[in-house]
Design a protein. Structure first.
Length: 319
């Protein structure tokens, strides 16, 4: 049987497969070469889309803005894209103009029903080219459900692997709660990749220092299941006030601290603070759609190009 794996350029200089667990643990990821064949592998014989969790336990970091912006860009580039909103604040659902009739039509159905609903069956098309699983108003109740479930941390992982229709997508973006919750743990167990938007503030370093041990713990559990660790796209600085000395000094200090953390790259692309983000929210659209000519949208394009591989040669390999 042919399996599809993504090649990884590692800090140790090797180009390795995500299925080569020995080398994966030995190296620090710098980037993943492109979405050319769109499939990643959770285990032998199970083809899945890339599952990218956008997370930060601190609110106000541009997490939901980033998720919607990247999903719109992926769809623009022709990737079959799904966005799952697992943030009870429902910002991504709002920006995507998500509509639903009952809680059974939302992401909450993946947690609250005795026979959990498959993610793909909840997906609805949006005006922006990607499909959406909206958060819904009772998603917060799922936290209590997971607390009572001894296998709650693997609930989403099992759902994704059982959902055969999920492989019609190339990439799935997951917007997570701005809290350290069981839903976050379940999401990171299910994801294949993680991205951490981070506001340029010394205060956010404390929250990051709490998130990274969670990710390390998740990777240990993934290893118990014979799965590779999360590919960490690392830190994306957001809401940066370009040209201000204070902001530049904070970013320089944070970047220096982050250099000492293995496996946590820092993107050189910075997302600027912009009123265009608020203007886009008023129209209920991702900023990359509503204000494509603005600098903030252009920076998101640059970042998307960097992680989707359009700026560099490379392709998936069959092993």
């Amino acid at each position: 049987m042919m399996r599809v794996a993504w090649t990884i350029t590692a800090e140790c200089g090797a180009v390795i497969s995500v299925l080569d667990s020995a080398n994966v643990h030995a190296c620090t990821f710098l980037d993943v070469t492109p979405f050319a064949l769109h499939k990643s592998t959770l285990e032998e014989g199970t083809l899945m889309p890339k599952l990218i969790a956008i997370t930060n336990p601190k609110g106000g970091t541009g997490k939901s803005t980033t998720t919607a912006a990247l999903a719109a860009l992926a769809a623009r580039d022709g990737y079959r894209t799904l966005l799952i909103d697992l943030d009870p604040q429902q910002t991504v659902s709002f920006l995507s103009r998500g509509e639903w009739e009952t809680d059974a039509d939302t992401a909450a159905a993946m947690f609250l029903q005795s026979n959990a609903t498959m993610p793909s069956s909840l997906a609805r098309p949006t005006s922006f080219g990607y499909d959406l699983v909206p958060a819904g108003g009772v998603l917060a109740d799922a936290e209590d459900q997971l607390r009572l479930d001894p296998f709650g941390s693997t609930r989403l992982r099992k759902l994704f692997k059982r959902d055969e229709s999920l492989n019609r997508y190339d990439v799935v973006f997951i917007d997570t709660s701005a809290n350290k919750t069981r839903i976050l743990t379940s999401t990171l167990m299910a994801a294949t990749h993680v991205l951490i938007p981070m506001q340029a503030s010394n205060v956010t370093m404390k929250d990051l220092s709490e998130l990274l041990p969670i990710i390390d713990g998740i990777n240990e559990q993934r290893g118990d299941f014979g799965e590779p660790p999360l590919v960490n796209y690392g830190i994306l600085f957001t809401m940066v006030k370009d040209g201000t000395r204070a902001n530049e000094a904070v970013i320089a200090a944070l970047s220096e601290q982050l250099l000492g953390l293995p496996g946590v790259p820092v993107s050189s692309i910075r997302i600027p603070h912009s009123v265009a983000v608020e203007d886009a929210a008023l129209t209920r659209a991702p900023v990359t759609v509503a204000r494509p000519g603005e600098n903030v949208a252009k920076r998101y394009v640059q970042f998307w190009d960097s992680i989707s591989g359009r700026e560099r040669a490379g392709q998936a390999v069959a092993v």
